[in-house]
Every structure is written in C-alpha cells, then in structure tokens.
Design a protein around this ligand. Structure first.
Ligand code: HEC
Length: 111
C-alpha cells in the first residue's frame, strides 16, 4: 500500500502577513524559500546575484522590498548580508549586485 502525502502551503496566511506589513519599513517574515526566482536581466549583476543572493533564501526577499528603495538602501542590504550573515560576497561584486538590485527591484527600474 502506498502512502501519499499532499502538502498544502499556507499561502493565504503569508499573503495577509505581507499586505499588513507592506507599508512598514521593517518586515520580518519567516517562510521557507518557495522557488521565487530573481528577475532576469542583461545586467552583469544578475548572474552575481544568482550566485550570491539566493543561497540562503529565495528571491522573494528582494521582491518584497519597497520599489522606491534607492541605491544606498540596497547597498546597505548587501553589506548587511555580508557582515551579519557572512554571505560570501566579494567586495568587488557588491556595486555590481547593487546596480542590478536597484534597477530591478528599486527606484531605478525602467518604466
Ligand atoms: C549567508 C546567507 C545569506 C546570503 C548569502 C544572503 N542573505 Fe539575505 N538574508 C539572510 C537572512 C538570514 C535573512 C533574514 C534576516 C532577517 O529576518 O532579519 C535575509 C534577509 C534578506 C532580505 C529581507 C530584508 C531584511 O532586511 O531582512 C533581503 C532583501 C535580502 N536578504 C537580500 C539579500 C541579497 C540582495 C543578497 C545577496 C547580495 C543576500 N540577501 C544574500 C541570509 C542571507
């Protein structure tokens, strides 16, 4: 006899938590990576972000940052990942990744 497990995600609970925190500056959500991919881009930082930014969490974390976030915000974010969580990011890659992030998720997005 075969056992069958059906996993039902708690997506609605997550959606509520996110919309409730949407305008707040700091969001602490805990959810497992669900396979959200980084947005493809011709920028060199895309590949670097794929190599450096989605090892510990999915690209969902980038998606939920404010689209008004400017370059210094993203720079602080990348540096925080490095300093606090020991993300193995080369110093020379930081500006490249920040460039990709601000143009893809921040306030320098193409219209
Ligand atoms: C070594 C593991 C690790 C790597 C690599 C990493 N992160 Fe994170 N990141 C974390 C952890 C842990 C959290 C959750 C922190 C929290 O809840 O405060 C997080 C949270 C975030 C958040 C959510 C906002 C926040 O302030 O918590 C963003 C955005 C983010 N990371 C972006 C990035 C980017 C961009 C990169 C690549 C430059 C990256 N992360 C690489 C561990 C990592």
């Amino acid at each position: 006899m075969k056992a069958k497990a059906i996993l039902v995600g708690s997506f609605s609970a997550v959606a509520i938590a996110l919309s409730a925190g949407a305008s707040a500056g700091v969001k602490t959500i805990q959810l497992p990576p669900d396979g959200v991919q980084l947005k493809p881009s011709p920028l060199p930082g895309y590949a670097k972000a794929q190599a450096n930014c989605v090892a510990c969490h999915s690209a969902e974390y980038m998606l939920y940052q404010p689209p008004t976030a400017a370059r210094p915000y993203w720079e602080a974010m990348v540096k925080r990942m490095k300093a606090v969580f020991k993300a193995p990011i080369e110093d020379t890659d930081v500006p490249v990744i920040v460039d990709y992030l601000v143009k893809t998720y921040g306030n320098e997005q193409a219209k």
